[in-house]
Design a protein around this ligand. Structure first.
Ligand code: COA
Ligand code: AMP
Length: 626
């Protein structure tokens, strides 16, 4: 490759600091950075630490000041509640400033944490931006998580305030949030002074003495000004699943994030200010943070906030209806969403029904874009279908087709090439470089570029142990894969206990902890198995205690409920089977990978250290007998 991409990539490799100081000129600073990155006493990297800025100012005020106040900033489209509305940049700025005033009057100041547990409504975006305006650190918790998950995050982030709504509206159900919040508050050790609740008409919440009604508070609020913060001040904490039951609080710092968001809108997504960008995700995930809220607004695009599903709201043409209605120029979603559409509308009749000529490109991420979905989308939409690979930790694409620089040929199954800023390498277990086409651990040479996590909230030890210690000088992504002869990156899946269910990142370790806690369970293994719609689904194998008396299916049902109650409905652990014993190595390690291979029908790669290999026939037999 000799083109513009290669030139830009080489200019980054040659001098990352200089490259990113140049990119930093993209945004208006209160105090421009003199230094690109610095290392703190723990050896952690921070970008533009000597700068001053405000992320809410970049998302809203700068555009209003530049005369774009009348441009539509946000479109809210909610097929589940049959409602729609738009906010201009000026309207959104005014709402955000007023809501920041509400929080300020409750004592929220720079550095305070605010937990946001909300459905996909404009008030969620207003809450996030209002935190940014004050320099408060938001931590959005996905609405599909249960009270226990919320409590764990409350205890880790120690927020001063919770922002929520009376309910979430799903396809066939209304989920009351207030009981979940009350329960989480009871479970958490950290005590939160107030909750501000937005009342939705589908189910209003009964407020108690410490709860504040969102709209009432807004009626008397005074708008708050933007508070300048240092470049390395955290903008948000977003919890993501690790290999244990305790989620990891990924920190995003203001300055690096702002520069990365701006750079990515142009380089990764090829957008122009004024265009319409739609990330069909949820604000509870990193895709929502980066590409529903911050990047489109900082880049002065119009963003779409869609409270619905790709199917069943009301049918498989929902995405194409939204594209036509708002003249969407770029659509970003997870492959699982398109598999759901494909299943219900195999010949893409919905696509033909709407005028989608505004749409220039489709972007896919969250899980590997399987070649079948890629082929279906390409055939029926005739659009460039661009896979790109990233994770909560990085906040933006590690590998992409850098169309803003040069549109490269796509290769099905590949996320294309490393994005400038990411020095991606493939390493063997011994730390040596893999040859082209040889699979290994995908790592990124330090420093990570702007926008990526500097560490884990209040837990640098865990950050170092989980990401930096395996290969000194490199960040371990947790994914396995390879680079081919042309430098194209193929991500083949996680090498740890993280699974990806319908684009949602979940920890099998966490589910295992819940299953193992059942009094009838002697031991268990939870692992991810292939699913044609959701990519992966969790499955549990349990061994019941010798003295267990009763029906094993009762235990299985109790476990399904326990995981649903503790993690949330999105965990989808519905496949639980009890077996006589589990395969182990002689040292007692359960061979989860082999169980996954057995269920998926893959070739069994049994380690020589196995205790008794006949166990796989035994388990197969038991599964056949069910
Ligand atoms: N609040 C409360 N509950 C939620 C929820 C939320 N925000 N999101 C999902 N749930 C619940 C669902 O109602 C469902 O509950 P049920 O078991 O009682 O029916 C359960 O969690 C599983 O939901 P989901 O995994 O979404 O399955 P689904 O069958 O309802 O829909 C898809 C399948 C593929 C259509 C859907 O998962 C989808 O659109 N995925 C795209 C994901 C995505 O955008 N990921 C972000 C990365 S880009
Ligand atoms: P999350 O942190 O929820 O965004 O999940 C990140 C993980 O999802 C990555 O580590 C990958 O395992 C997987 N992932 C995300 N995007 C892709 C992609 N385009 N191709 C392959 N895997 C992906």
């Amino acid at each position: 490759m000799q083109g513009n991409y290669q030139q830009q990539y080489q200019s980054f490799i040659h001098d990352p600091g200089e490259f990113w100081l140049t990119q930093a000129k993209r945004i208006p600073w209160f105090k421009a950075p003199q230094h690109a990155y610095t290392q703190d006493n723990d050896g952690l990297y921070h970008w533009y630490a000597d700068s001053q800025l405000n992320s809410c100012y970049l998302a809203l005020d700068q555009h209003v000041a530049a005369g774009f106040g009348e441009q539509t900033a946000l479109i809210y489209d909610s097929p589940v509640t049959d409602s729609k509305c738009t906010y201009s940049y000026l309207q959104l700025q005014q709402e955000v400033a007023k809501f920041a005033g509400v929080m300020q009057s409750l004592g929220v100041v720079k550095g305070d944490r605010v937990v946001i547990y909300m459905p996909m409504i404009p008030q969620a975006v207003i809450g996030m931006l209002a935190c940014a305006r004050l320099g408060a650190i938001h931590s959005v918790v996905f609405g599909g998580f249960a009270a226990h998950e919320l409590a764990v995050r409350i205890d880790d982030a120690k927020p001063k305030l919770i922002l929520s709504a009376s309910c979430g509206v799903e396809v066939n159900s209304v989920i009351a949030y207030k009981p979940l919040i009350d329960n989480a508050k009871k479970l958490a050790e950290h005590k939160v002074a107030h909750s501000i609740i937005y009342q939705r008409k589908h189910s209003t919440a009964k407020l108690n003495a410490t709860d504040i009604d969102w709209e009432q508070a807004m009626q008397t609020a005074e708008p708050a000004d933007v508070v300048p913060v240092a470049g390395d001040h955290p903008l948000y904490i977003l919890y993501t699943s690790g290999t244990t039951g305790t989620p990891k609080g990924v920190i995003r710092e203001n300055a690096g994030h702002a520069v990365a968001m701006h750079y990515s809108m142009e380089t990764v997504y090829g957008m122009q200010p004024g265009e319409v960008f739609w990330a069909a995700s949820d604000i509870g995930w990193v895709v929502g943070h980066s590409y529903i809220v911050y990047a489109p607004l900082m880049f002065r695009c119009t963003t779409v906030l869609y409270e619905g599903k790709p199917v069943r709201t009301p049918d498989a043409s929902a995405f194409w209806r939204v594209v036509e209605e708002y003249q969407v120029n770029a659509l970003f979603s997870a492959p699982t969403a398109f598999r759901a559409i494909k299943k219900e509308d195999p010949t893409a009749e919905g696509f033909k029904k709407y005028d989608t000529t505004s749409l220039k490109r489709l972007f896919l991420a969250g899980e590997r874009l399987d070649p079948a979905t890629y082929a279906w989308l390409t055939e029926h939409t005739q659009l460039p279908v661009l896979d790109h690979w990233w994770q909560t930790e990085t906040g933006w694409a590690i590998a992409c087709n850098p169309i803003g620089i040069e549109q490269l040929n796509t290769k099905p199954g590949s996320a294309t090439v490393p994005t400038p800023g990411f020095d991606v390498q493939i390493l063997n277990v011994d730390g040596s470089q893999c040859a082209a086409n040889e699979q290994g651990a995908v790592v990124i040479k330090l420093p990570l570029p702007p926008g990526c996590l500097p560490t884990i909230w209040q837990n640098t030890k865990r950050y170092k142990a989980g990401y930096l210690s395996e290969y000194p000088g490199y960040y371990l992504t947790g994914d396995g894969g390879y680079l081919d002869d042309d430098g194209y990156l193929f991500i083949m899946g996680r090498t740890d206990d993280v699974i990806n269910v319908a684009g949602h990142r979940l920890s099998t370790g966490e589910m295992e902890e819940i299953v193992a806690a059942h009094p009838a369970v002697a031991e268990c293994a939870v692992f991810g198995v292939n699913d044609s719609l959701k990519g992966q689904l969790p499955m549990a194998m349990i061994v019941l205690k010798n003295d267990f008396i009763g029906n094993p299916t009762d235990v299985e049902q109790q476990l399904i409920l326990a995981v649903r109650n503790q993690i949330g409905a999105i965990a989808c652990l519905k496949n639980i089977v009890s077996v006589e014993r589990l395969p182990k190595t002689r040292s007692g390690k359960i061979l989860r990978k082999n169980l996954r291979q057995l269920i998926d029908g893959d070739e069994l790669q049994i380690p020589s250290t196995i205790d008794d290999a006949s166990i796989f026939n035994e388990i197969s037999q038991q599964l056949n007998d069910r």
